[in-house]
Design a binder for this molecule. Structure first.
Ligand SMILES: NC(=O)c1ccc[n+]([C@@H]2O[C@H](COP(=O)([O-])OP(=O)(O)OC[C@H]3O[C@@H](n4cnc5c(N)ncnc54)[C@H](OP(=O)(O)O)[C@@H]3O)[C@@H](O)[C@H]2O)c1
Length: 219
């Protein structure tokens, strides 16, 4: 039995990760902003899989929110798998966005991934065990179009994961870092950001459960 921490666990791909991990008998720490959704998720997972679930409400767009998750990552019992999944998208294309929204996107999609990886890695290296999954996007390869700065943030997640994963200390310790690049997946992401994708053909859509399942197999 190991311990996994999933950010953005209350919906979409993060929720699917939490469910798959619980079914595989991993205890969980689930992170998102909305406490009542975390409580419902924890109850569901405990009932379905009998694992231990700790809820950690935190807004990862804020420094305090990141700090509370960092503190948890640095304390025993230590996390064996970190899934940096929480991410947001903006509706307007750059430069017609507000600075405050762009900064929020950078804070959740980039800064939180950096900070939580920074908090988790030293412990994993010291223990010579651990895995990190950073959820990027197929748009990390520069497809542009939708929500301009979103793909740029996901390119950073991909480049960061590859660079850190190849670093000598991480490899010597046997710690693994994987970037996950899903295609369009049915979740709350596009609706939350007000992006209308109803015209997208059905065959282009992925199912969040299958994304999480494939990711965990690859890992
Ligand atoms: N859906 C797609 O087509 C797609 C494709 C490629 C990549 N992705 C990536 O997959 C990841 C998961 O997205 P999803 O599609 O599953 O989205 P989603 O259904 O909107 O879920 C987002 C999750 O993140 C949490 N969250 C949002 N803002 C947060 C914040 N400031 N602090 C902490 N938690 C926050 C949400 O819970 P609260 O609102 O309660 O905080 C929710 O649990 C993201 O990184 C996204 O970029 C998605």
């Amino acid at each position: 039995m190991s311990l996994a921490l999933v950010t953005g666990a209350t919906s979409g791909i993060g929720r699917a990760f939490a469910r798959h991990l619980a079914r595989a008998h991993h205890d969980l720490i689930v992170v998102a902003r909305t406490r009542h959704r975390l409580e419902e998720l924890a109850e569901d997972l405990k009932r379905e899989s009998g694992v231990r679930v700790e809820i950690l409400p935190a807004d990862l767009s804020t420094a305090e929110g990141c700090r509370s998750v960092e503190d948890r990552l640095a304390a025993p019992p230590f996390v064996d798998l970190l899934v940096n999944n929480a991410g947001i998208m903006l509706r307007e294309p750059f430069p017609y966005t507000r600075d405050a929204d762009e900064e929020r996107l950078l804070a959740v999609n980039v800064r939180a991934v950096l900070r939580l990886t920074h908090a988790a890695l030293p412990v994993m290296i010291e223990r010579e065990t651990g895995r990190i999954v950073n959820v990027a996007s197929f748009s990390a390869h520069g497809s542009g179009g939708l929500a301009t700065t979103y793909p740029a943030s996901k390119s950073w997640v991909l480049a960061f994961s590859e660079a850190v994963g190849r670093s000598a200390g991480v490899r010597r310790a046997g710690v693994g870092i994987m970037a996950l690049l899903p295609g369009f997946t049915r979740t709350e992401l596009h609706e939350r950001s007000g992006i209308d994708l109803t015209g997208l053909p059905r065959w282009m859509w992925l199912d969040a459960d299958r994304v999480a399942d494939a990711a965990l197999r690859d890992l």
